[in-house]
Ligand binder design. Structure first.
Ligand SMILES: [Fe+2]
Ligand SMILES: [Fe+2]
Length: 301
């Protein structure tokens, strides 16, 4: 059997064993499955969250935290929907549901599950902020797309634990490894890249196609190679370009993840074909820096 064939078989085996992942709470599955282009319906969202008392309590705690700056206290999911809006409540509910999957401490040299979670939150918040200012049409899905973009790493941790340990051991030997080398190491150890594993998991969870495409392609955009010639990225899916840019900017807010192979990004290079100005991005990054830790603390409390 040649190497390619072996890799293909291992990727297939990894995908087939996805049912060994920790089960997502039923509410999270339904919340994620309903993230179609038109978003969830407020009444349905409130009903889903209220079905799960633990989740409802957590959503209210986060909604009342200084992070969202509400002067009035929010005592029901319905009130949170009025004051914060449907997208924000749904984002809090999904992040609260996923948080427990990212526990597990240090896994090998230089890799900690909470760092992966903080990186995912950082990309979610950055994508949401960029969309809010520059790409309003992408905003309903920006936060969740950012949150899920590296979920393939979670698959590797749970499904291929010994192979993943070897991978992080290998990666630790390379300082500033680029994405091409890291993808080669992933193929060697896991039989698939984290992009492929993430897409397979989201398909398994019946997550809407646009979010699956982000997980599958976030390392295959023009922004990954630096500034694209203007127009080259215009054919790109804006949601993918948005998350790829947020992923690069995660180094600016001190939340990179080594397995992504993102070199420290100079803002002048982070264009992603979205037509954003450096100054606007600099302000945005400065604003988000303190918020990421605050949200991570609220969600894990
Ligand atoms: Fe990432
Ligand atoms: Fe990634």
């Amino acid at each position: 059997m040649n190497v390619i064939e072996l890799q293909r078989r291992r990727a297939e085996a990894a995908v087939k064993s996805l049912n060994t992942l920790p089960a997502l709470p039923g509410t999270a599955v339904r919340l994620l499955a309903e993230l179609g282009p038109s978003g969830a319906d407020a009444r349905r969202l409130a009903a889903l969250v209220n079905q799960d008392m633990g989740l409802a309590a957590k959503v209210l705690r986060v909604a009342n935290s200084p992070f969202y700056g509400q002067s009035r206290s929010i005592d029901s999911v319905e009130r949170a929907l009025v004051l914060l809006g449907l997208d924000v409540v749904r984002n809090i509910a999904v992040a609260s549901s996923l948080d427990p999957l990212f526990r597990g401490g240090q896994i090998g040299p230089g890799f900690h599950m909470r760092e992966l979670w903080r990186h995912s939150l950082a990309v979610a918040l950055l994508a949401d902020s960029i969309a809010h200012q520059f790409l309003p049409a992408a905003r309903p899905q920006a936060f969740i797309a950012g949150l899920l973009h590296d979920i393939g790493i979670l698959v590797a941790v749970h499904v291929l634990p010994s192979e993943f340990l070897q991978l992080v051991g290998d990666v630790a030997q390379y300082v500033d490894a680029d994405r091409t080398l890291l993808a080669e190491l992933e193929l060697r150890h896991l039989g698939a890249t984290h992009d492929e594993l993430g897409a397979a998991l989201l398909e398994h969870w019946l997550i809407p196609e646009p979010l699956l495409r982000v997980a599958a392609n976030h390392h295959h955009t023009s922004s990954d190679a630096g500034c694209a010639p203007s127009g080259a990225a215009s054919t790109e899916d804006p949601l993918i370009a948005l998350v790829a840019l947020a992923d690069r900017l995660s180094t600016e807010v001190g939340q990179p993840i080594g397995l992504d192979g993102r070199p420290p990004t100079r803002l002048a290079e982070a264009c992603a074909g979205l037509g954003l100005e450096d100054a606007a991005l600099t302000n945005l990054v400065a604003l988000e820096q303190g918020r990421i830790e605050a949200l991570a603390t609220q969600l894990s409390g």
